[in-house]
Ligand binder design. Structure first.
Ligand SMILES: Nc1nc2c(ncn2[C@@H]2O[C@H](COP(=O)(O)OP(=O)(O)OP(=O)(O)O)[C@@H](O)[C@H]2O)c(=O)[nH]1
Ligand SMILES: [Mg+2]
Length: 271
């Protein structure tokens, strides 16, 4: 008998322009998620004050959870903390130490591609600085019963932010607006990096054609998934401003992010 997780049927749908076709995986086990394996992907750069606690907390949520940590040779020793976690939890933690150049987008591409090659059922992507709360993960998992992709949204009723000043609030809103304008991502929080994916959805993406090296990877992934007709749901989450470690967001990174949104728009036929 074919296990439910293998009962995959493909149907062909038209892409958003009505030209050409794309494949969409339509799994027969929408409801049977009982034995699901959940892989949590954490991109890390200088998260030594967060990674150990966060990793332990996620792994303690149940035996179905495992971790994929992608570190960019953090100067603060985060990579060694990741290796230590892997040693303490054999078979449950994989670590990728990337060679330069570094970048949230480069780590995202390597991490999500690797995650899509494993035998897990669901991949959760989240920041490693406790801005995304581990206790919200089950909500994302629950919502993936009826979706292929679930976005954790700060701007759905019940969601919110903690510790945001007026400037951060404005930046976040403007980033959402630009993502909607540039890429047509009409979700309440299109820049959210707290998301869950069915593995098959990620496995269908053309990672070699992605161009993001920085945080624009979030919008680029979402664009490519939507283009393939995957069902995208949103659930409210609380985003907590980082308490430990330093932000990597700089004016230069923001400008580059805007530039990359335009490049993704121009490159959209390749996605
Ligand atoms: N591997 C890797 N991870 C990164 C890199 N830059 C940021 N990250 C990680 O990506 C996640 C999200 O980072 P951002 O939200 O973009 O940056 P941040 O430093 O968390 O910024 P704040 O949320 O403002 O504190 C965090 O887990 C970071 O450690 C990078 O160059 N390489
Ligand atoms: Mg952060």
């Amino acid at each position: 008998m074919i296990p439910p997780s293998e009962q995959i049927s493909k149907n062909t749908i038209q892409d958003e322009k009505g030209v050409g076709t794309v494949d969409r995986v339509d799994r027969a086990d929408r409801v049977n998620m009982g034995s699901r394996k959940i892989l949590v992907f954490l991109p890390t750069y200088n998260e030594k004050g967060n990674l150990d606690r966060l990793g332990e907390q996620i792994l303690s949520m149940g035996p179905e959870y495992s971790l994929l940590i992608v570190d960019d040779q953090s100067p603060d020793g985060t990579g060694e903390i990741a290796d230590q976690l892997a040693k303490e939890h054999p078979g449950r933690v994989e670590v990728i130490h990337r060679a330069p150049p570094r970048g949230r987008g480069l780590a995202g591409r390597d991490g999500l591609r690797r995650a899509s090659e494993t035998d897990c059922d669901i991949i959760v992507e989240m920041d490693a600085d406790f801005s995304h709360r581990p206790e919200d993960i089950p909500k994302l998992i629950e919502a993936i019963h009826d979706a292929d992709v679930v976005l954790g949204s700060r701007y759905r009723p019940g969601g919110g932010t903690e510790g945001f000043g007026p400037r951060r609030r404005l930046n976040s809103r403007v980033a959402g607006l630009l993502s909607r304008l540039a890429l047509g991502l009409r979700y309440s929080d299109p820049t959210s990096g707290f998301r869950a994916f069915r593995r098959e959805a990620l496995a269908s993406l053309p990672w070699d054609r992605f161009l993001s090296d920085g945080p624009s990877i979030v919008g680029e992934t979402l664009y490519a998934l939507r283009k393939r007709g995957y069902r995208i749901a949103e659930v409210p989450i609380i985003f907590v401003e980082r308490r430990v470690g330093e932000s990597k967001i700089s004016p230069k990174l923001i400008l580059k992010w805007i530039f990359n949104l335009i490049r993704i728009r121009l490159n959209r036929h390749c996605l």
